[in-house]
Every structure is written in C-alpha cells, then in structure tokens.
Design a protein around this ligand. Structure first.
Ligand code: B3K
Ligand code: ZN
Length: 867
C-alpha cells in the first residue's frame, strides 16, 4: 500500500470553480451526473490530470458537451485520468453507484431507510470523479431526485433554491451552497424524516433557521441538542466574534455512522448517540456528550470549514483547535474543574498509551497510507492540548488576537498548522519557534521535579528536568517548551507570594533539558503545586510524601491538582497492593484521611466530590507499570474498593440516603446522582465484610428509577457483580428498551465489559443475538469495542480473548474497514504485557495479517503494530 508523505505536497494542477450534481437516488442503483468546470492553475509539463474515483461505474463522459474520445482518458480502480486536457473545460460524467450495498459507510450509503453521505476524509470519490483533496474549493449546486413516498425529505448543503414533482411519484430538490468548499464537506440526505425547528438570531440580527431531522418517534428527544446548538452559537459569537453564515443549519441523526458526527457545511450528519436524549433513555453523561459534540461540529463552521485544510497532514489544525474550543465551551457551561479532570482522564487513557506504543505519531504526522487511521487521540486530544498551551502562553486576550488574525487572513482558504502558529505569533509579537517542536515530535515528555526549601536563605529552589522517550522513527528527541503553572502552598494551605509583583500563581516555562528557579522571601517551608490545571500534556514525576499529598488533596485550590493528589495517594496504595496483596489489608492512614475529609465536605460540589472519591482505573494503574499485571491489578483494585466500602460503610449509606431526590437536569442534580451512584457502588463493595446484601438497594433502584442515569448505574452494578445472578434484570431491561437502539447498545456493552469469568462465552452469544448487526458500528462497538476494554477478559492469560477478538475483526474488515481498523488498535499495545500475553496478541495480529483481501485501513494498523 502506497505511503503518502507530507513533504511531497504539490498544489493542484487545476481548480474546479463550479460543481453541478444531479443525483437519482435509488438504493440499488443510483446515478450521479457531475458537471465540473476546470481551470488550469499552474503551468508545467504535466499533460495528465488524475481525478479520484473509487467503486464507480462510468456510464458516459463528455468534454465541453462532446463525447470524450477513448484515447483521451483512461480509468482504473483509483479514478479517471484525462490525457492532454485543455487549460479550461467542462467535464460531464455519469456514473452508477450502489448505496444499499455500501456497508463501509463512506461515500453515499443507504441505511435504516435513508440515503446518507460521509465524505471526510476521502468519501466523495466514491460518489463521483473529482479532485478529492481539501485544497480544492468549489461552489456546489446539487439536485436530488427520489421517490416522494420513501424520501419525502431531500437535503444538501446550503439553501434550497427550487423543488418540484416528477413522473412516477418522484420529486426533486435543488440546493446551492454559496460558500466554496472542499469535497469532504459535501453532504446529502434523503429519507422519511421528521424535523424539530427553532430560530437563532445572530449578533448582527439575522435569523437562522435551526433544524434537527430525526425519525418521527424521536422528535421528543431533540431538546438537548437544540439548546446546546443555540448555546454554542452564542458562545462562538461572544468568545471568538464568529457568527453563523447561512440562513439554515441542519442536523440529521442516524444510527448508522462510523464516528460521532460530521461537520458538513450547513448539514451536519450525526450519530444519533450525540443528538437524541431524554431522561428515560439517556444518562447524564450522554447529555453531556450531546452538548459537546453538537458544539464541536458547530465550531467547525469556522475552524475547519471557513478556514479549511491544505492537506490531511494538517488535520489537527481543525481538530485540535475545535476540540480545544468544545472543551472550553463545556467548561463554561458546566463545572470548569470537573470538565478539566474529565478531559485529562481521556487524554491519559487514550492518548498517552498511543504516544507510548507502536502507533505513536506526531500531532502533525509525516506519512500515512490510510488517512482515516489518523483521526486519533493524538491529532484530536493532544492537538487540543497544544492549542491550550498556546492559550496559556499568550493569555486569553492574546489568544483572541491570534484567532482574529487567523480568521481575517485565511477565511476562504485551505491552510496549514504553520499558518495558525504564525498568526498567533504575529498578533502577539511572541516567538513560538521552539514550540513548533510539539507538532513534529511524538511521545509524551516526562518532567521530573525536585524542590527544596532552605530556611537560612528563606528560599525555595525548584529544579525541573525533561526528557521524551523515543518513538517509532524518532530515536532522538529535543526538549520542548513546557508551560508549568505553579504555586507554592505554605503549611496553612495558603499560596505564598512568588515574586515582587505579588503573584501567588505563575506560569514558568521549562525550555531546556534542565532548569532551576529560586523563589525568595518565604518565611516557612512550602509544598509545590505544579502543573496546575494540567498546564501541559506531560507525565510529571515529583517525589512528595503521603503527608504532602494528603495535604494537597485537602487544601489545594486548583481543582485539577487537588484531584491529582487524591489520585496519586490511591495510586500508590494500589501499586503496592499489586506488588504485594497483603499491603492492602489495612487502609493506609493518608488515604483514609483524605477520603474521610472528602466524605465530610458536604458543601463541596458533589460532582467534584465524586471525582475525588473515584479510584484510578485498571488501565491507568497498568499504565504506571513496566509490565501490566492484568490480574493482580484487578484484584488489588477490587480489594481496595471493598476496604473503602467497608470502612466507610455508614458514610456511604448516609450519602446514598441523603442524596436521593427527584430528577432534575441542572448541574447540582447531575452531581448528586453521580455521587449517589458512587455511594451505591461502594455499598455493594462493603458487602464482603458485612455479609449484608447491598445488591438489594441496587435492585430497588433499578426498578424505581425515573431516569436512565440511575437505572443504568444499578443495572451495571448488578450485571457486572461477579457473584450476583442478574438474568432476570438482563431480560427485563432488554424487553423494556428493545425499540431504543442507543439503550440496547448499553445493554450489550455492559455485558461485554463485565469482569466475570463467563464473559467471553456470553459475548459469543451476544454476537448471534437477533439484535446484533454487523453493519451498525454502534452495535459492533458495543460488543467488540467494549470487550476490548474489558481489562481482565480481553487480556485473559490463555489468549482466548485475543483469538476471539481477532476472528471478529477479520470478519468486520470485509464489511467496514474503517471501524475494523479502529477497533483493532488495542492489539498494538502488546509490548506492554507479559510474555504469554504478548504471544497471544501477536498471534492475533498474525491471524489478521494473513487475511485475504485485507483492507488498506487494517493493513496499516497491523503493519505499524507489528513491524
Ligand atoms: N471531522 C469528523 C471526523 C471525520 C472522520 C473521518 N474518518 C468529525 C469531527 O471531528 O468533528
Ligand atoms: Zn472535529
């Protein structure tokens, strides 16, 4: 498979000024007529023009109205090549495609009775011959034709400018998008859809029609999406001065989608998971997911669409920036501290492992063979952290000056990460030359901190050292500039004055391999609070004793660091329990004290309190070990949960009772449910020592809950309990919710993640359950994706989990290569396990490598995982 290199970028030979499409929609055989106006851009010797095209059946081809002679073009599996093209010409092609047979969900596909498209990254070439690259911007007019009966709704980007009837009960609609755009932002939808409408008045007083298209019976579940959209539109006006630019904004929900959502100009297409939410069917987490993805896709209108990408290596230009924007939006809408903790948790659980394994790549990659494999946690989440660091370095106003200049300069253009960094620099007269290294260098930097207080000079000296481990293709690493937000806390927990300006918090910049700072005029010893708010995506190694950590967990006014200190305390206990299980016989004093303090803080935001009381995940514990000790980690964590459950049994029971309340959707109620469900989980863990059956509480909650958050929490505790028989509950849940695919996905996923010895056998049954569907990615992820995150069963020492998993991925690859490749990535982490498991994982990779007709997507993942 050909590898594409960033350095080889060449501007296009031609531009396409205008595109007119005529699409006759039929599930079996759809015909696409494309009329493209080409203009030569660069002089040069090239006498061929290649148009991308995949799985297209060419029916006819005209140039300037005349059939094109056979010796003037050639077509193959990658597209159409025009020989000796004129400097300017009109090309008309007619092709046939097969939407119902398209299970890849890329290009035009027919699923759930609807026609839908997905063109990012390279799906448009599966619809018609085209210059399918993001730096080719054109104006599109699209005419859709379809049966009025099955497809009463016909949508495409922009404005509907005409429509009418046709013979045989068909009808048509013509859409025009006034903004030139790359083909990856093209979309069309046809089907029998209901719509919820609203209006948003922009800051300049224009009315924008907002439309959410869903199946009729889901009309009642669109409020969260609609409200989030309006909040996002307002927020982008206020925070960035960005106004929406079309008269309508449409969102379509589908159950058949490869990822979360897609920002097509004026016509977003969404996985229904990020649109539909009602209290009975969606958890609080689901509601937050809707809010953030709706905002994310909306923010793309400026960061991605108006200013787009020159080439796919620049992907993080739109994704990193847009993730940063959606994270900040969510922080403004909810609790900033809790939001940051969640964002960092995601970064650490997905991006850090990626950056430490064979799939590591820079935020701006240098090479790929299948671009869809680069929609990664590194490009998205680490990319967002880089933007956040620039924000930290320039300050809020400086950052805004930078984005203003960026939009002013590049509106309507296809640009690079370099252009973004330059705008930031020039608007602020700030030199980011060394910062650029963050974009080109893979791997997570490690920062080692050492500090000492000198009573004689009343000063504190802090030394920071950085190093970045080697990653594939990058054996030697440069130091990167690392902004470290810091404070020094005195023994009363107050922040000490750090300099003559009276600052009590500072951002110091670690640029060298090693640097020291001295802070003077400190009458008492201090404890450092470093990397506040997680100011850089690094691993911080700081030797603090339990007492200092417990102190910070109780008093640090930086919510992230306060949480981090609590995590570190628990982590230390867990790691020593992994090594020697007997260490867990008694709860360590510092941990006990920190937990007890948090349990007493009834004034504290309950969501934050729940964060402080959550133990690090098994994955995170494993991440800290040279070799992930799968079973010992599970055992240690379960034991610690039991101990904490039992020791604070009365407190958990008290919380569980006190926090009961009627369902509301405000932040306080969400936090209350979160903390209460955590109390329930600890209560069940307290069983073992008390010989009382706390699952009765869960059963009662399952039956009585008036919302999905509480019902699902109880359901999960019962189904995943290693000893509890929950067959009746499983059946009941399924019967109640069988008509709600998103809820049934949860039913599948919770079973696949259960740490029970019979889970593999169970998962095998799930794959032949009547509700299982290989063609629906949400369902496949609910079983296979969830199973691959099951820390003990996926990693069963006998290799049964890996072998089973590889078999299924092999099957999926023939149906949906993009999803297969993504799901396969956990196998890439084989180096992190013991020899026996390594062998099991390598066998699985070999089984996949040997597959006939291996997709380019999966081939690349395997090849990089196991070179
Ligand atoms: N831009 C899309 C992702 C497209 C993925 C293509 N394989 C969603 C988003 O990031 O907003
Ligand atoms: Zn995005």
């Amino acid at each position: 498979n050909a590898v594409i290199h960033r350095e080889d970028y060449q501007p296009p030979l031609y531009r396409i000024t205008e595109v007119a499409l005529n699409v006759h929609l039929d599930p079996e055989n759809t015909e696409v007529e494309a009329c493209l106006h080409f203009q030569r851009l660069t002089a040069g010797p090239e006498s061929e023009l290649h148009l991308d095209g995949e799985s297209l059946e060419l029916l006819s081809i005209l140039r300037d109205g005349q059939p094109l002679a056979e010796n003037l073009f050639r077509s193959d599996a990658t597209g159409l090549t025009l020989l000796n093209p004129e400097p300017e010409f009109l090309l008309e092609t007619r092709v046939k495609i097969h939407p119902a047979a398209n299970s890849t969900l890329s290009g035009l596909y027919f699923a759930g009775g609807q026609f839908l498209t997905q063109c990012e990254a390279e799906g448009f070439r599966r619809i018609t011959y085209y210059l399918d690259r993001p730096d080719c911007l054109a104006k599109f007019t699209v005419t859709l034709h379809a049966s009025r009966k099955t497809c009463p709704v016909l949508l495409a980007n922009g404005n509907c400018i005409a429509q009418g009837d046709e013979d045989n009960d068909w009808h048509w609609a013509r859409w025009e998008d006034p903004y030139p755009k790359p083909a990856y932002l093209f979309a069309m939808v046809a089907g029998d859809l209901a719509v919820q409408r609203d209006v948003f008045v922009t800051q300049s007083g224009r009315s924008v029609t907002l439309e959410i298209y869903v199946a009729e019976r889901d009309l009642g579940a669109c409020d969260q999406a609609m409200e989030s959209l309006k909040r996002a539109m307002r927020w982008d006006e206020e925070g960035y001065g960005r106004e929406y630019d079309l008269d309508r904004y449409m969102i379509v929900a589908t159950d058949s989608f490869n990822m979360g959502a897609m920002e097509n100009k004026g016509l977003n297409i969404f996985n229904s998971k990020y649109v539909l939410a009602s209290p009975e069917t969606a958890t609080d987490t689901d509601y937050q997911g809707v809010e953030s993805v709706i905002a994310h896709e909306y923010f793309h209108n400026w960061t991605g669409n108006r200013v787009t990408l020159r080439d796919w290596f620049q992907l993080s230009l739109k994704e990193g920036l847009t993730v940063f924007r959606d994270q900040e939006f969510s922080a403004d809408m909810n609790s900033r501290g809790v939001q940051r903790i969640g964002d960092v948790r995601r970064l650490r659980s997905a991006q850090f492992p990626e950056d430490a394994g064979p799939l590591a790549h820079p935020v701006r990659p240098d090479a790929y063979s299948e671009i869809n494999n680069f929609y990664t946690a590194t490009v998205y989440e680490k990319g967002a952290e880089l933007v956040r660091m620039i924000h930290t370095l320039l300050g809020k106003e400086g950052f805004r000056r930078g984005t203003d200049l960026y939009f002013e300069r590049h509106d309507g253009h296809a640009v690079t990460i370099e252009d973004f960094v330059e705008a930031m620099e020039e608007a602020n007269h700030y030199d980011l030359s060394r910062f650029r290294c963050w974009y080109s260098q893979a791997g997570t930097p490690q920062v080692k901190a050492e500090g000492s207080y000198d009573p004689a000079s009343r000063s504190y000296t802090l030394t920071l050292q950085q190093s970045t481990p080697a990653t594939p293709g990058q054996p030697n690493k440069e130091p990167v500039p690392i902004p470290v937000r810091m404070a020094l806390l005195n023994t009363q927990g107050e922040k000490a004055v750090l300099d003559k300006t009276g600052a009590v918090e500072k951002v110091i910049l670690l640029e060298q391999a090693s640097q020291s700072w001295t802070f003077e005029g400190l009458p008492d010893p201090v404890i450092p609070s470093l990397l506040r708010g997680f100011s850089a995506p690094v691993r911080l190694d700081i030797a603090l004793d339990d007492q200092a950590r417990s102190f910070l967990a109780g008093v640090d006014d930086d919510p992230f660091n306060r949480w981090e200190s609590a995590q570190e305390l628990a982590l230390k206990t867990l790691l020593s329990g992994v090594k020697n299980h007997q260490e867990l016989e008694v709860l360590p004093a510092a941990l006990k004290q920190a937990l007890s303090a948090t349990l007493k803080q009834s004034q504290m935001d309950p969501a934050f309190r729940a964060e402080l009381l959550t133990l690090p995940s098994e994955d995170y514990i494993g991440e800290q070990m040279p070799v992930i000790a799968v079973d010992a980690i599970h055992r240690a964590r379960e034991t610690l949960l039991d101990k904490i459950g039992a020791h604070f049994h009365d407190e958990w029971l008290g919380l569980y009772q006190d926090l009961a309340g009627a369902y509301e959707r405000d932040g306080a109620s969400i936090g209350r449910r979160r903390l209460r469900n955590m109390a329930l989980s600890y209560l069940i863990h307290s069983d073992h020592s008390r010989h009382e059956d706390m699952t009765l509480h869960a059963r009662q909650q399952y039956v009585q809950a008036d919302n999905m958050t509480d019902r699902l929490a109880a359901f999960q505790l019962l189904v995943q309990h290693p000893k509890h028989d929950a067959e009746d509950i499983l059946l009941d849940f399924y019967q109640k919710w069988q008509d709600y695919p998103l809820v049934i996905d949860k039913w599948f996923a919770i079973q696949a993640m259960a740490p029970r010895p019979d889970t593999l056998r169970h998962v095998q049954h799930l794959l032949v359950h009547p509700a299982f569907d290989w063609k629906v990615p949400n369902r496949v992820r609910a079983v296979l994706g969830a199973f691959s995150m099951n820390p003990t069963l996926f990693h069963a020492a006998d290799g049964s989990g890996y072998a089973f998993f590889a078999e299924q991925i092999r099957r999926l690859d023939d149906i949906n290569p993009q999803t297969a490749a993504r799901l396969a990535t956990p196998l890439s982490r084989w180096q992190r396990y013991d020899k026996v498991r390594q062998q099991g994982m390598m066998n699985a990779l070999q089984l996949l490598a040997a597959k006939a007709k291996l997709s380019r997507d999966l081939a690349e993942v395997i090849q990089r995982s196991y070179p």
